[in-house]
Design a protein around this ligand. Sequence first.
Ligand code: GCV
Length: 722
Amino acid sequence: MLNSGNSMKTPVPFRIITVILALLSCLLLSGEDGYRLWLRYDVVCDTGMLRKYNSALKQVMVEGHSGALDAVREELQNGLSGMLGKEIPFESKTLTEGTLLIGTPVSSERIAALPVKDLLKKTGPEGFILKSCVISDMHCIVIAANTDIGLLYGTFHFLRLLQTGQQIGNLDRVCIPSTQFRLLNHWDNLNRTVERGYAGFSLWDWPLLPDYVSPRIKDYARANASVGINGTVLTNVNANALVLTPQYLEKTAALADVFRPYGIKVYLTARFSAPVETGGLPTADPLDPLVIEWWQKKADEIYRLIPDFGGFLVKANSEGQPGPQNYGRSHADGANMLARVLAPHGGIVMWRAFVYDSNVPEDRAKQAYNEFKPLDGHFSANVFLQVKNGPVDFQPREPFHPLFGSMPGTPLMMEFQLTQEYLGQGTHLVYLAPLFKECLQADTYAKGKGSEVASIIDGTLEKHGITGMAGVANTGTDRNWCGHPFAQSNWYAFGRLAWDLTLSADSIAEEWLRMTFTDNEAFIIPVKQMMMDSREYAVQYMTPLGLHHIMARDHHHGPGPWVSEGRPDWTSVYYHRADTAGIGFDRTATGSNALSQYFPEVEHQLENPGFCPESLLLWFHHVPWDYRMTSGRTLWEELCYRYYDGVDSVKKMQQTWKSMEGMIDRERFEHVKAMLSIQVKEAIWWRDACVLYFQTFSRRPIPEGLEKPAHSLEYYKNIPTP
Ligand code: GCV
């Protein structure tokens, strides 16, 4: 048996060389392509901290054997050798001073002997304890959990402490996830295109699977596990039934095998008409016995190949997707039929609430509520209703969805969009955590004051058996995964929040910056501020004061407030309703009365334009152009100023970034710099197009002192679709 104590001690000259190398690598800022995401594990630059870490960590003991524990070992080997600049011994069976001891009470007698039983009762299947302990007079750090996956999460947490320069001297943490199902939703098609994807093609190489699984798939799993994501829906909600055929299920199983050690389950989108399209049945009626039998056999087949398959995500009777209503059945009939076939295997159904009907002359913002509220309490226990954060569609700003708080008898799963479909797509720096938090912190008043959306998502308000949060993924085959270097922060923030809903957007941004770029305060402070403000800037130059859905037709990239043809609720004029009297969508009792779908306290806060927050004014009210805003300006003037402020703010972001030159690697510095110059151009495009267009209704001049648009409205209308 190896006594790693002295024999493995790093020699002094080696340690000196390590510190010199650390300093050099911090100074040289070597090239980076963003592939390593936030898991870079470069040597710790703060030499004082590096010394402390080195003296606290002499060896690692991971007790037990499993795929997840292999992942723990591998991550620690890479992480610690990278950050500490030395190899740490892993093989010893003897506890020494400075041991990082990792295990469950089952895999490790040493852990079982520690007084952590009561704590472990609280941590559940995924939580963990991270604790400084003295064991047999030796100072150790312990990561304990009930499962190996809990240990993996604890490992990533511990590595993050080192990555973000935190003390590890006196640890005493118990971490438990806020939600149980923390899923990415990929809108990936089987031909590898990605709907609303701006970072290349799909990561799933269907033609080569199952025989070849790219090493990238494991890195994808590592990245997800590092932030606590524990599931991935591989396919687009605009679903293709082929993915349920044996050939594709084998491919899916190959991916699931790589994900499993990282605690990630696979899910698929179920096309409701699959029994007809691939099963040869004449109907997909969810109450038809042959249809039920078809799904039952399909579920059995899936679980034979993938024993831990997570379940189905379904978009039904929405935007042309088939669903139970095609057969006169309700959403609950459809969801429950699938839930019943999955239940014996432990699977779940996530049934999307994103439904609206072009034939119903009803405010689109009201339709999901109208459709689902009457079904509350009618869904099986293993069905989530998956609800987008707002009632329209991932706009730069929306009020929270009125279904939150209105379905006490149904578990609701939050759906956020990480890919920036309506927020500048691949070219704009927009950090989305403030948007996520704004929704999560909104008070629904469902059970009186303090009934925040977050308390519905984490189950504290309504106590359902399942809780969850989904994020529409922004990953692709681009070398840096997400296209824009800062888009990685939205993937990161989603995972961190789904794990811990109480985290602030600010603290997540700081963690991400430290791990992704540098811990230099001169970089962190201004760049974090830039991230924190970036979403509000996008709102200003795109859709200020509650405007929404005025993007160009179909692709949603640039401005298109003039879009007026086609089905009404896909046009911009439907949403902004500008006329010579004013602008905005009246959703009060004199208009569509969408406001009545909220609890009375919320309704009262919003129903009067004088009390409605100006950030949502035009979402809920049609307001005269000369309406006096709190600034003392008229609505028209305020609208102009907001658009102009938005552009000026992006120019400031550009200046801030330029002043970061030399603080990080050149490759990513130049990449972000180029993106910001595109963003400035596109913000001006948004501003000028919108101001000129709305001016045709307001018939008022652009306020004195604001630079005049460089081109005519016709010019902007004729910019071709990219
Ligand atoms: C996957 C919006 C998007 C669609 C998307 C849809 C949905 O309409 O533009 O691309 O389809 O939302 O969430 O189902």
